[in-house]
Ligand binder design. Structure first.
Ligand SMILES: N[C@@H](CCC[C@H](N)C(=O)O)C(=O)O
Length: 281
């Protein structure tokens, strides 16, 4: 099995080329691949498969040639991964599976088709506009925080820390608790604090995240979009640009009337071969 390792602001992925959908990818194999001691290591797996060759992508095959089959590190599948989509596009371009062009490159996902553009060193992906739709709480240790539920194609809960509490003081080695009735399929939880005002943007937010299916990660693209949407709402705005600093770097989110652009670095770091049975023994 060939693989490539890549990341976007430290949110890292094992990329598996499987154009014809021939791989027998199981939750066990995904978890073994993502194991940081016994496997390649990653927050998730991106299978690169022709949309027409994947049951979840076939309906979108008329709009996009490639389907991002995204799996979390624990072997669960998710609807969408913003950093994953940016790294996926970097891989398509680097391997010649897609040609660079002035036009946006469509990629099919379980949350619909997203469109990507190369922007200098960065890759920007256009996703659906985040929908801030309810209030909810998360509890971490003895701390219960009010937050906002946000749909970015996948579920998010954005909680601002009270003044005086540092993001670095949070213990994210354990999963936050949340109301399972509000999030029956689980939720990605973002914790935020205000950043220094930045000229040229409409907001600057610091964020840490505990991802559904992957524990704490250094970055979450859809999480950054959720955080940006809440920051804009709190500033009384519908649209705007927000800088989101995560432990792994910096993401820029531009929320428009009908979509959301996520931009930041997307890097491929290694390519290799492995034998799945070696990982599963
Ligand atoms: N890190 C991703 C989100 C990956 C999926 C998430 N863990 C979920 O289960 O919804 C991103 O960059 O958006």
């Amino acid at each position: 099995m060939e693989f490539t390792k890549g990341h976007g602001t430290g949110n890292d992925f094992v990329i598996l080329p499987d154009p014809d959908g021939a791989l027998d990818l199981t939750p066990e194999l995904v978890a073994a691949l993502c194991d940081r001691r016994r496997g390649v290591g990653g927050d998730g797996v991106l299978r690169v498969v022709r949309a027409a060759k994947h049951p979840d992508g076939a309906v979108l095959a008329g709009e996009a040639e490639w389907f991002m089959d995204y799996w979390n590190a624990d072997g669960s599948v998710a609807e969408m991964c913003g950093n994953g989509a940016r790294v996926f596009v970097r891989y398509l371009l680097a391997t010649g599976l897609a040609a660079p062009s002035g036009a946006a490159l469509p990629v099919a996902t379980r949350a619909g088709v997203v469109r990507a553009r190369v922007a200098g060193e960065a890759i920007a992906v256009e996703m659906r506009r985040p929908r801030v739709y309810a209030s909810a709480t998360a509890t971490l240790g003895g701390l219960t925080l009010p937050g906002a539920a946000v749909d970015v194609g996948n579920p998010h809960l954005v909680c601002a820390l009270p003044a005086g509490l540092e993001l670095t003081s949070l213990d994210l080695t354990r999963a936050p608790d949340f109301d399972a009735a509000a999030f029956p399929a689980g939720v990605n939880v973002e914790f935020t604090a205000p950043g220094e005002p930045m000229p040229g943007t409409d907001g600057h937010v610091l964020m840490r995240v505990y991802e559904r299916g992957s524990a704490e990660t250094l970055s979450c693209g859809t999480g950054a979009c959720a955080v940006a949407a809440v920051a804009l709402r709190d500033a009384g705005r519908d649209t705007g640009t927000v800088t989101v600093d995560v432990p792994g770097g910096r993401l820029t989110v531009r929320v428009t009337d009908d979509s959301c652009w996520l931009s930041g670095p997307a890097v491929l770091v290694a390519t290799g071969e492995l034998t799945p049975s070696d990982l599963l023994t």
